[in-house]
Design a protein around this ligand. Structure first.
Ligand code: AMP
Length: 377
């Protein structure tokens, strides 16, 4: 029996603890919020990332430290390495926290990216737009998630607006990619270097937040390239644990958007859709245990509940649909739960989704997924 310390007490920590408990392991979660939703299933230590004394006490109580939140300061992670093994390692975390370092690494492993340039001044913004062209996307290098801290520049007039909003932060300008669709690959590397990956997942976003994921998303050429890049990233970073690589598919091009150094929302379907979920495999990886089977059992769709939960009973009474309520209070833009629907094939999954979407009044959310399933045959 080991105790796993998790920095961050949100739904990802909650699902890690729920996956690790059957293996006989315990968890200790650090969060500033008393109502952190992981605290409903694991002990909570209330502390700030900068509270060295509290974090030392935390490290003394755990066998290994990991994260549910990628923006834990890399210095905090680094400091903890003196007291407990920390996975993923702080250097990998630091790379994934900085969009410039991340995209530079993508290029170094041979993964194509949108053209990009750092921007620290208004003059540099003008120069970068000159070099990259319009439309383009201005993003904060750090602390951005779910489309926050971003501005799409469509005309010269947008430069001042974007600068008024984001100027003062370290920024990156990226070429806007009119992609066909977005995919991600969730992969895992263990302390012994064993590597596994889940099938490539197709993702749909609304207002910058993940709305739905479909897996496996059959496209053999994309799958092979995504696996190769995920493996190269894991090796280059000496990465231990689960991570997600988010990619744009544009014609024949596959471009790296970002990597998440943690279990990922686009991998929630693996709880019911595979033999060993991303959460269990993360626990196994950081403890140095053999990794579990990542193959998909049929097809799965995950629907995110943003802001508020729909009617649970509709999902609970749908065969092979699984309800997840994170125990959070409703708030606009907040991820409060999800559902995963599994089926043997595309046609049966589309049928269940159509019924579920209508009963929940969520037709718009399921429509693009049904369209993709219908196209897949
Ligand atoms: P990010 O926080 O970088 O993942 O961006 C959030 C979402 O904005 C992505 O999932 C895309 O839908 C969109 N986006 C981000 N960067 C670009 C880009 N360079 N070109 C087109 N769309 C983008």
């Amino acid at each position: 029996m080991a105790t796993i310390g998790i920095l961050g007490g949100g739904q990802l920590a909650r699902m890690l603890a729920l996956a690790g408990a059957p293996l006989g392991h315990r968890f200790l979660v650090v969060d500033t919020a008393e109502d952190a939703c992981a605290a409903q299933v694991a002990p909570l230590l209330r502390a700030d990332w900068r509270d060295d004394e509290a974090l030392d006490a935390f490290a003394a109580r755990v066998d290994v430290v990991t994260f549910d939140f990628e923006n834990v300061p890399a210095e905090t992670a680094q400091r903890l390495t003196a007291r407990a093994p920390v996975f993923p390692n702080p250097a990998a975390l630091a790379t994934a926290q900085d969009r410039f370092a991340e995209k530079t690494l993508f290029r170094a492993i041979g993964l194509d990216t949108p053209a990009f340039a750092t921007v620290d001044t208004r003059d540099e913004l003008a120069q970068a737009v000159q070099a990259i062209g319009l439309p383009s996307v201005l993003k904060t290098r750090r602390l951005g998630y779910d489309g926050k801290g971003q501005f799409v520049l469509r005309s010269e007039a947008d430069l001042d607006k974007a600068w008024a909003l984001l100027g003062g932060h370290a920024l990156i300008l990226e070429q806007f990619i009119p992609f066909d669709f977005e995919v991600s690959i969730v992969a895992v590397r263990s302390r012994s270097g064993e590597f596994r990956h889940y099938p490539v997942t197709r993702n749909w976003h609304r207002d910058g937040i993940l709305s739905a994921s479909l897996a496996p998303f059959a496209a053999p050429s994309v799958e092979a390239q995504a696996v190769q890049h995920a493996h190269a990233l894991a090796e280059r970073l000496d990465y231990v644990g689960v991570f997600a690589l988010e990619l744009f598919v544009h014609g024949e091009r596959l471009l790296g958007n970002e990597m998440a150094p943690r279990v990922h929302n686009s991998g929630h379907w693996t709880i019911e859709g595979t033999a060993c979920s991303q959460f269990e495999n993360h626990v196994r990886a950081v403890l140095g245990l053999p990794l579990g089977d990542t193959a998909a059992l049929g097809r799965s769709v995950m629907l995110n509940w943003i802001g508020e939960l729909p009617d649970a009973n509709v999902v609970l009474s749908t065969p092979r649909a699984h309800w997840h309520d994170y125990g959070k209070s409703p708030r606009e833009g907040r991820k409060v739960g999800h559902a995963t629907v599994c089926a043997d094939g595309a046609a049966s999954l589309a049928k269940v989704l159509r019924g579920l979407g209508a009963s929940l009044g969520r037709e718009a959310q399921v429509a693009p997924v049904i369209e993709a399933l219908d196209a897949a045959g």
